[in-house]
Design a protein around this ligand. Sequence first.
Ligand code: PEP
Ligand code: MN
Length: 281
Amino acid sequence: MNLESLQQSCPLVSRMGHPADSHVQVKNVKIGGSGLVVMAGPCAVEDEEQIMTIAAAVKAAGAQVLRGGAFKPRTSPYTFQGMGEAGLILLKQAGEAFDMPVVTELMDSEDFDLINEYTDIIQIGARNMQNFSLLKRVGKAGKPVMLKRGLSATLEEFLMAAEYIMASGNDQVILCERGIRTFETHMRNTLDLNVVTAVKELSHLPIIIDPSHATGKWQMVSPLSRAAVAIGADGLMIEVHHKPKEALSDGPQSLKPERFNQLMQELGHIHGIIRQTDSWS
Ligand code: PEP
Ligand code: MN
């Protein structure tokens, strides 16, 4: 796939028709362009104390967007499925308390109105990347959509999924690479950082990296976050939990607030250097 062929299949996503980088504005946060945006928070909202504690910590560390799942796509039906609407209420409350836009996953078209009422960015999860009716539904939302790459999706399929959203009328799309499934089982997934450079060549859309789901191990989150910023990603989505061992989901890949704070400082330094060596614009 080159720029010419992408222009045929994905005229709206392609950089050919839109040479400048696009950005998505969510309240006072600009995603794309020269800044670095970090979305952070727990995998799932668990209770008021948990989301407020974590929101306070990630805000203090410099995160701009608060994440937290209320409807969780879990591999096993017997594990915590999320708090549902009660979780959405708590997430919105925490976002307002700390002046941060929020992002949460929409798993099913039938929950659209509910999610839309509470969130600032609608997340489409990896397992739904090719749920075309869901993509068309969020394409009609007048609100930013963060589209995660499917577990086994090629770059072309990923960009075509974004095209579905744009073709339905929504140009506020943020791409998110969260690791793909390969023969390697050491990590939860394999983080495809190549895709950042490829997307920057082929598309004007902002792309962020989720090193938490990409690796499944908190020890790997900081190094891969640093690499993601160094390669030119527009932002990161990072899972943070103040008591990872007690987390109801994804504790092993969640950073404690102190480590997240340290990482944010490191990312600031790396981003400062990268801005000066930017080769894309
Ligand atoms: C998430 O971010 O909460 C999530 C479930 O991620 P993914 O869809 O990438 O697995
Ligand atoms: Mn998670």
